[in-house]
Design a protein around this ligand. Structure first.
Ligand code: ZN
Ligand code: ZN
Length: 195
């Protein structure tokens, strides 16, 4: 297989996988993280103690990493052919999505990385605003990140409901969430910060 063909397969696969991962992540977030795995995911929505750097929810972010690594390894070591190049492209797309999610969600929206410079782009301002809406109530869309602004536009009612103040329902069940970020995207310097 020629180098050009390989490159062509990767260039086709990576963006498709990126979009597929966004849709898959939104589905997981809405149906599983806010359902079966709420006990883990709520660590991302509740108040965070000052100085607390990690949250249980971070483990969910790593779930796809072994799959991406395995695909890339197969793409490097496997028998030559279309399957090997596809595996490499899928693994690369998953990896790029994971990095982008980390930078935009954890870094930009929640202020865990110094990437506020991205706010010079209007798109990232809208992504941040959309995700902040998600943190304003119980099961409030958008559940996707990069398509978050689009999701809000398609569900204007849910988005407007998300502007209502969050109300606690019970101590043990899924708790309401409020955004932790102020207008600059940084955590507030309070005894506990919420996310
Ligand atoms: Zn959530
Ligand atoms: Zn978040």
């Amino acid at each position: 297989m020629s180098g050009t063909t390989r490159l062509g397969i990767w260039l086709l696969t990576v963006p498709l996988v990126f979009v597929a991962m966004e849709l898959w992540a939104a589905l997981l977030h809405g149906r599983i993280w806010h359902g079966l795995l709420w006990r883990v995911h709520r660590s991302h929505h509740r108040l965070r103690r000052l100085g607390e750097r990690l949250e249980a929810n971070d483990a969910l972010s790593l779930l796809h990493a072994p799959i991406a690594i395995a695909l890339i390894l197969y793409g490097c070591q496997g028998r030559e052919g279309v399957a090997r190049e596809l595996a490499f492209g899928v693994g690369l797309g998953m990896t790029l999505f994971g990095i982008a999610y980390l930078v935009v969600h954890d870094g930009l929206v929640h202020g865990r990385l110094p990437v506020q410079g991205l706010l010079r782009f209007r798109y990232f301002i809208r992504v941040r605003e959309a995700h902040q809406m998600h943190h304003r109530g119980r099961d409030v869309p958008p559940f996707g990140l990069f398509f978050g602004p689009l999701e809000i536009r398609q569900r204007p009612r849910a988005a407007s409901e998300s502007t209502l103040p969050a109300q606690r329902t019970d101590a043990e069940g899924p708790s309401p969430r409020r955004t932790s970020t102020n207008t600059s995207g940084r955590f507030r310097a309070v005894s506990r910060t919420n996310r």
